[in-house]
Ligand binder design. Structure first.
Ligand SMILES: [Zn+2]
Length: 112
């Protein structure tokens, strides 16, 4: 079972106390964007075998959304952090790099 520590209230919550919100760090495309960008925003997701960044909500706790980094193969949790960020924190990236040599953060939308 997945256990995430909520970065807001500090509770170590089991996944049954949480609601999954899909992939984190998506770039939103709305009115005025190209059809390809909007389609990609709606339907294209990473689905990696390994390190993944996700949105979770502490539904049966403080109710807030947060981000979590975990391994989709082993379910190892690398950390949780504020949902008010556009990319993983330096601390999270460092933790993952130590545990998964060769891994590096990349922009998931192919920009930059
Ligand atoms: Zn919480």
């Amino acid at each position: 079972m997945l256990i995430f520590t909520c970065p807001y209230c500090g509770v170590a919550a089991e996944e049954t106390e949480l609601a999954a919100g899909g992939e984190a760090h998506l770039t939103r495309f709305g009115p005025g964007s190209s059809d390809d960008d909007f389609e990609s925003y709606l339907f294209t997701r990473e689905n990696p075998k390994g390190v993944h960044f996700e949105r979770w909500r502490h539904v049966y706790g403080c109710g807030k959304w947060f981000h979590a980094a975990r391994c989709t193969v082993s379910n190892e949790v690398f950390g949780t952090y504020s949902a008010q960020t556009t990319e993983p924190t330096a601390e999270i990236r460092e933790t993952i790099s130590k545990k998964r040599p060769g891994w590096s953060w990349r922009d998931m939308n192919g920009e930059g």
